[in-house]
Design a protein around this ligand. Structure first.
Ligand code: ATP
Ligand code: MG
Length: 264
């Protein structure tokens, strides 16, 4: 595999200012100087220790590294679920920490999609209802949300399963419902934490390909935490974390990620 190393920018460096007369695409997410300390007093854990990261539209980023190195913490901070101890996250230029809780929640619903290891579908709702619920909470009409959800479920190979509850679905099918739910709102960024970790390898690979292709087709950026190098290889970039820092970054040639590159 032809992987070329790319030095990540040193902590604290800022993006280069745009040259007059040039169009510089701004990243959809931009994090600078992230530190995160859990706990107070004598029992504190430094989970992030100076992370800078930019994510472009429609790009895909795998976050790897040993257990406890800060991957989930980073994902949650980038998604505005957690606020860092210090440092900033800009989404399309807006500082997440400066939004109030309500506006941040609204932003998460309208602009971010989430896929977690176990899907986190609501057990009492059908597949279709699981997909439409966040859309309706975001203000979309039931009729529009239903049409959108049905089309996503069909597209992900779940036609005929719209009315099944999560317990009546296989792990791979449930993860496809979670992907439909994440993408139905046309998010600008999809966050995935070990999205295939609970699946066998073949099912996991199929679900992963659906996730990566769906993000690429809709122009969503993807940030995916994984322990699995094969899974990471579906993403254009991989960062490896160590003790709360980005220790390494790789960028893959587009051809190796199975992308046509058409939307990038
Ligand atoms: N709510 C919390 N309170 C205290 N410490 C925490 C909390 N969440 C995470 N930590 C600690 O922060 C560090 C980073 O945790 P994090 O969950 O980000 O790691 P991770 O890389 O996602 O690990 P894994 O691969 O096991 O999921 C760990 O030392 C963990 O114990
Ligand atoms: Mg984790």
């Amino acid at each position: 595999m032809n992987i070329s190393p790319l030095a990540s920018s040193p902590p604290g460096t800022s993006p280069q200012p745009a040259q007059p007369g040039t169009v510089t695409p701004s990243p959809v997410l931009s994090a600078r100087g992230l530190l995160m300390t859990y706990g107070t007093g004598g029992t504190t854990t430094r989970a992030l220790d100076g992370v800078d990261l930019d994510l472009d539209r429609a790009d895909s980023l795998a976050v790897m590294g040993p257990s406890g190195c800060g991957k989930t913490t980073l994902l949650h901070i980038l998604a505005g679920i957690l606020t860092p101890t210090t440092g900033t996250v800009l989404h399309e230029g807006t500082d997440l920490a400066r939004l109030g809780d309500r506006r941040r929640t609204r932003l998460r619903r309208s602009d971010f999609g989430f896929v977690f290891q176990d899907g986190q579908l609501l057990p009492e709702l059908t597949a279709l209802e699981n997909v439409i619920l966040p859309r309706m909470l975001g203000g979309t009409s039931r009729r529009a949300a239903t049409a959108e959800a049905a089309s996503w479920l069909d597209r992900l190979g779940l036609s005929g399963m719209h009315d099944r509850r999560p317990t009546q679905l296989s792990g791979g099918q449930a993860q496809r419902v979670a992907i439909a739910r994440a993408l139905a709102g046309r998010p600008s960024v999809v966050f995935a934490d070990e999205p295939t970790g609970a699946l066998d390898q073949a099912t996991g690979q199929a679900v992963l390909q659906i996730l990566v292709d769906s993000c690429r087709d809709t122009g969503a950026a993807l940030v995916m935490v994984t322990h699995d190098g094969t899974v990471a290889a579906a993403c254009r970039r991989t960062v490896t974390m160590q003790d709360g820092r980005i220790a390494q970054e790789f960028v893959r040639p587009v051809a190796e990620t199975g992308s046509t590159g058409a939307e990038r």
